[in-house]
Ligand binder design. Structure first.
Ligand code: BGC
Length: 450
């Protein structure tokens, strides 16, 4: 049974943007087609034990070949915005140097198809798939990445700027720098502060510089960048837990948005920040880290409860997993808490220089059961209803939030989880590429039609 819908899309106002988000590395597949070069994910997924189900993104949902049908699905579900990312190594197979015209032509076809169907294309410039050739030269921890990224952004802006007005510079810089360059659980699998600290600074600089390039090359552009965020809750009111939660909050919620707004990196007494400043002489760069974004993309999935732990270097904090507390959680182990989402939307919108918030990702993995060709994904449907109800509450209170994009159109390559973690509104059979709309997808269609 699907719970009855209590809210309507029209309650959000007629200009509210309703979208669905995908990413190149997770959806396109066709990893060698049309002159594409390898990305860090192609390489990382070949390393033993890095992807939980041993899979690779080589085929994924084959969106590269099936984009026309998949865009028809987006349209049929009632969304009006399609957010997708550009694979850097399809455009520049070596990351820099020679442009791959076949790759350039491919995204023209995707964009043209969106426009033909009346879907507004939102381009994400970087959704975690650095060309492998650049990783070999130092990836995000060399300052050369700024030059490489600027070139890539320039090529994309020049090619697509006449047709595409909505641009997202980076997807979740905190996630790709921490998971990829500190913890080593995402590509490129590097571990340690000597990688993480420069990667953070270069990503923050690239984010602002990317914005400036789009502003100068694309007339009437609407420019944003997408931040992950999680409300941080101390496990107790003990001062050590409260301080641990504050450190985690700096890291997960403030590290990237504040410099982008012109506030510099958080300047709190926290050894990690001191090291960041020392390592990058970052105090010099406050102006370059700033860009006047037209909107902030907010991506929220779950809150994090945190307690003090002296053993963990630098952060001295650990997460208390949702499964050990009496709270609902998804198959990812992520706490379901729409009130916390509501508070994060309010908090990000309240920053002085934030003009507009768009929720550019939100969604859930639950184990789906295909029964007689149907998937009654009751829990995912309920998740979306709760989170949308919370968002409407914020909107009605006057919070400047102007869009909601669901994660994600269809089941896809969920990074180090592989294909088992399914977030889609549409089920994908990865053997046959058959798409089956889940009940959550049908519910979106009903919701968006009223
Ligand atoms: C990322 C997506 C990812 C989703 C679910 C977001 O952090 O942008 O690429 O699939 O979370 O894990």
């Amino acid at each position: 049974m699907i719970p009855a819908a209590t809210i309507r899309a029209t309650d959000f106002g007629k200009d509210f943007l309703w979208g669905v988000t995908i990413a190149a590395a997770q959806n396109e597949g066709a990893y060698t087609a049309g002159g594409r070069g390898p990305s860090v994910w192609d390489q990382f997924s070949q390393r033993k034990g890095k992807i939980k189900d041993g899979s690779r993104p080589s085929v994924a949902c084959d969106f590269y070949h099936r984009y026309k049908d998949d865009l028809l699905l987006v349209k049929a579900l009632g969304f009006t915005v399609f957010r997708f990312s550009i694979s850097w190594s399809r455009i520049l197979p070596d990351g820099t140097g020679k442009i791959n015209l076949e790759g350039v032509a491919y995204y023209h076809r995707v964009i043209d198809e969106c426009i033909k169907l009346g879907l507004v294309p939102f381009i994400t410039l970087y959704h975690w798939d650095l060309p492998y050739a650049l990783e070999k030269e130092g990836g995000w921890y060399t300052h050369k990445v700024l030059r490489w990224f600027s070139r890539f952004v320039t090529v994309c802006a020049t090619e697509y700027g006449d047709k595409v007005k909505n641009w997202i510079i980076l997807n979740e810089p905190m996630a790709f720098t921490s998971l990829g360059y500190m913890l080593g659980v995402h590509a490129p699998g590097k571990r340690g502060l000597e990688y993480f600290l420069p990667a953070v600074h270069h990503a923050a600089m690239a984010q602002a510089e990317g914005g400036r390039i789009i502003r100068s090359l694309v007339q009437a552009a609407t420019i944003g960048t997408a931040f992950s965020c999680s409300e941080i809750v101390p496990a107790s009111q003990h001062p050590k837990d409260v301080a641990a939660a504050n450190r985690m909050d700096i890291l997960l919620n403030r590290l990237f948005i504040e410099p982008s707004l012109g506030m510099g990196y958080p300047n709190d007494p926290f050894p990690l920040m001191e090291k960041l400043y020392l390592h990058n002489k970052a105090w010099k760069y406050t102006d370059q880290l700033r860009f006047d974004f037209d909107f902030i993309g907010l991506q929220n999935y779950f809150p994090v409860t945190v307690k003090y732990n002296a053993v963990i270097p630098i952060i001295q904090a650990v997460e208390v997993k949702a499964a050990t507390r009496k709270v609902p959680y998804t198959a990812m182990g992520w706490e379901v808490n729409a009130d916390s989402f509501y508070r994060m939307v309010k908090r990000f919108a309240a920053y002085e220089n934030v003009k507009q918030v768009i929720v550019t990702e939100n969604g859930a993995f639950y184990k789906d059961k295909l029964v007689n060709g149907r998937i009654d994904d009751v829990q995912r449907t309920a998740y979306f209803e709760q989170y949308l109800t919370a968002l409407l509450r914020a909107k009605k209170e006057g919070v400047k939030v102007n869009g909601y994009f669901a994660w994600t159109l269809m089941d896809n390559f969920e990074w180090s989880e592989g294909y088992h973690a399914r977030f889609g509104l549409v089920h994908v059979d990865f053997d046959t590429q058959l798409r089956t709309v889940k009940q959550s997808g049908h519910r979106f269609r009903e919701f968006l039609s009223r």
